[in-house]
Design a protein around this ligand. Structure first.
Ligand SMILES: Nc1nc2c(c(=O)[nH]1)N[C@H]1C(S)=C(S)[C@@H](COP(=O)(O)O)O[C@H]1N2
Ligand SMILES: [Mo]
Length: 305
């Protein structure tokens, strides 16, 4: 078992009041649309740890922290480590807004307080066809969402990176439309695999990895993992996400890892694990199909890429 469960502080929500998330979502749909619950399968909660495979050797800390994509600090892989020294990740606040009944601006410690700390080891597959294996630390996004209490109109959640050109040299140039924005459908956000990470290898996130809080969705391409999050907004409309806005013919909203759908400029069939030379086959949903494939049933994944 690789998840070391730890609790700190008192939970704000007694566990007896936490509804299993599928039931919760189904009930919201039921209330919102008057649909019937009949025929809706309720999935048994499965264990986060079941996703770690023995063969996956963890990527060394040095590589995880010195081979980065974080354009706010430059476009080179070593730029984030080199140019993020002036970034101040504390104190930090997160604003929760939009379609939810518990909005507000929360100090990071309060935002995280009471949620179970999880330490999953996930593969991360960048759309550029390299990958790593990262031992994260964080909280489940679903726990955070349950506390925010999305309304029946909330279908998506949007997350935004901090805008601080004085501390982020890349934001002084028009590399991307700042701030960086990402989004998930609510069921994706509530998936057992989805976490908000605060650490790697048991240490607080370094600035180059998105300190103090970043998203991790291991079955999606790495660019969905928005860094240094200051805002979560619940919406009824699909949020715009930075890379789709930049290159709509290259990047979609869902961005699920799919070896059969090539990037217009390169193949996604194989990937290079950082630290290795040979390329290995890329797995559908990055190998997490058991946990996530059910969310895309009926969707044409060559179209909704
Ligand atoms: N704000 C912000 N978040 C971001 C990016 C970025 O440029 N800016 N790059 C994304 C991409 S393309 C990847 S692959 C991952 C890389 O995360 P890592 O550097 O911690 O490995 O962060 C993602 N999150
Ligand atoms: Mo990426």
């Amino acid at each position: 078992m690789f998840i070391r469960k730890r609790r700190f502080g008192e939970g704000d929500i007694p566990s007896s009041e936490i509804t299993p998330y599928e039931l919760y979502l189904d009930r919201r749909r039921f209330l919102a649309h008057g649909a019937t619950l009949a025929g809706v399968a309720v999935l048994a909660p499965s264990v986060l740890g079941a996703t770690e495979t023995e063969e996956d050797e963890r990527t060394p800390y040095e590589d995880i922290t010195h081979y980065n994509n974080y354009y706010e600090f430059g476009t080179g892989k070593e730029d984030p480590a080199k140019y993020s020294g002036d970034f101040v990740p504390r104190p930090w606040t997160v604003t929760v807004e939009g379609e939810c009944s518990n909005p507000g601006t929360f100090a990071l410690d309060d935002f995280l307080k009471g949620h179970e700390i999880v330490e999953p080891v996930y593969r991360m597959r960048c759309v550029e066809a390299w990958s790593m294996v990262i031992p994260w630390r964080g909280v489940r996004l679903r726990d955070v969402i349950m506390r925010a209490q999305p309304t029946g109109k909330a279908e998506f959640v949007e997350m935004t990176t901090v805008l601080r050109p004085a501390q982020m040299p890349g934001q002084r140039r028009r590399i991307l439309p700042w701030p960086y924005v990402e989004g998930l459908r609510l069921d994706e956000a509530m998936n057992e695999l989805t976490i908000l990470a605060t650490g790697i290898y048991g240490k607080d996130l370094l600035n180059q990895n998105g300190a103090p809080l970043r998203l991790v969705t291991p079955w999606k391409y790495g660019f969905k993992g928005v860094k240094s999050i200051v805002k979560m907004r619940f919406t009824s409309d699909m949020p715009e996400n930075t890379w789709q806005v930049m290159a709509p013919n290259e990047y979609g909203f869902y961005a699920n890892v799919n070896p059969e759908v090539d990037h217009p400029r390169w193949s996604q069939a194989r990937e290079r694990r950082i630290g290795e030379f040979r390329r290995r086959p890329t797995l559908m949903f990055n190998g997490y199909g058991e946990q996530v494939a059910h969310m895309y049933r009926g969707m044409d994944l060559t179209k909704w890429y």
